[in-house]
Design a protein around this ligand. Structure first.
Ligand SMILES: *Cc1c(COP(=O)(O)O)cnc(C)c1O
Length: 360
């Protein structure tokens, strides 16, 4: 059985070179006589893996020194609650931008802890656009502004970073982190579940500015308090050691391949090709306003939904796997994160043309 092009939204494809390296190191990591999974997180070997991963991520994203990088568990979903608990301080309200399903989940959870001001929403459009920044109703008393730069389900992505002045900007980058260079200094905090563009599930990255630590509400569970993890270098308790190691291999792979500048170019090229294939054939459609189309998650529908099953079956026979769209959007979704080679997109584009010819 050969490896397929896996278009899953997450857990998603990992670079083949990374999986090979992990398999070579599986039984005996660097002469330790054990796998990374079997190591003490406090031993020298794992400490070196952990600190190299952090250093490489700092290099890749050019993370300024006044930001902490935390390697946590619980997924991005856990952060939906941790964010208000840690960041409200003596404020009682926070601004949220609603651009799709993940924004909505973050909003619903925050409402348990504070007054949520939905400062802008694209719900009226069916989440096919990004609300014009000029129309945002930001509250100067908000503790922070939360948004989702890339909505994984709707396939809508911001093409700019909002300027929220002195109010810290918090971004759920689960499905777009590492897809291109980003100016970290514009953010109070960036977080991401790892299983889309970073590594295996089980790891959550939090990149947080120093001054936002230490203001957690008294009721905050110790394990949800960012300061706990910042003070303990993410080793307050047993971290997700294997996922941390795998993320480290992904960071190395990215650095070896030109870093985020190079990734951004490839990702732009991959998504341009796929949107051209959709727009160039009236058999396919994508409803998102062109400027805000995601580079990472590309939803599309066929002219006739009755053909969906045949499309998926014939695609799978060509090694194009997991193209079924999210139930709320229907049709197909091709997630094309960093690990998806350009040849995977080329093969998909070719298949789409063939399928349209045969069924159009
Ligand atoms: C996948 C995803 C989540 C949820 O991540 P978990 O790690 O499963 O909790 C949250 N936000 C966005 C934007 C996502 O793509």
């Amino acid at each position: 059985m050969s490896r397929v092009f896996n278009f899953s939204a997450g857990p998603a494809m990992l670079p083949e070179a990374v999986i090979k390296k992990a398999s070579e190191e599986m039984l005996d990591w660097h002469g330790e006589g054990m796998s990374v999974m079997e190591m003490s997180h406090r031993g020298k070997a794992f400490m070196s893996i952990a600190s190299k991963a952090e250093a490489d991520l700092r290099t890749l994203m050019a993370i300024p020194d006044n930001y902490k990088v935390l390697f946590l568990q619980g997924g991005a979903s856990m952060q939906f609650g941790a964010i208000p608990l840690n960041l409200l301080g003596d404020k009682t309200t926070a601004d949220y931008i609603n651009t799709g399903m993940w924004s909505k989940k973050a909003i619903a959870e925050a409402k348990r802890y504070c007054d949520v001001n939905v400062a802008a929403s694209s719900e009226d459009s069916g989440f096919t656009t990004i609300p014009d920044f000029a129309d945002w109703k930001l509250n100067p008393d908000a503790a922070y502004v939360h948004y989702t730069p890339n909505e994984t389900i709707g396939g809508v992505e911001f093409d700019y970073i909002p300027d929220t002045g002195d109010v810290p900007l918090i971004a759920d980058m689960s499905s777009t982190i590492l897809s291109r260079p980003v100016d970290v200094s514009k953010f109070g905090m960036i977080y991401a579940g790892a299983q889309k563009n970073v590594g295996p599930a089980g790891l959550t990255l939090v990149i947080i500015r120093d001054d936002l630590l230490g203001h957690a509400a008294d009721i905050t569970p110790t394990m949800l308090n960012y300061k706990t993890h910042a003070d303990a270098d993410s080793m307050y308790n047993t971290p997700p050691t294997y996922s941390w190691y795998m993320a480290g291999l992904v960071f190395e792979w990215l650095l070896d391949n030109g870093g985020l500048q190079a990734m951004g170019k490839i990702n732009k090229s991959k998504s341009d090709k796929l949107y051209a294939a959709i727009d160039g054939n009236d058999f396919y459609a994508n409803p998102v306003e062109k400027r805000y189309r995601s580079w990472m998650n590309v939803p599309f529908t066929l002219k006739d939904a009755d053909l969906d099953a045949a499309f998926l079956e014939q695609a799978a026979a060509k090694g194009l796997a997991t193209l079924k769209g999210h139930r709320s959007v229907g049709g197909m979704r091709a997630s094309i994160y960093n690990a998806m080679p350009e040849s995977g997109v080329d093969t998909l584009v070719e298949f789409m043309a063939e399928f349209a010819r045969a069924n159009g």
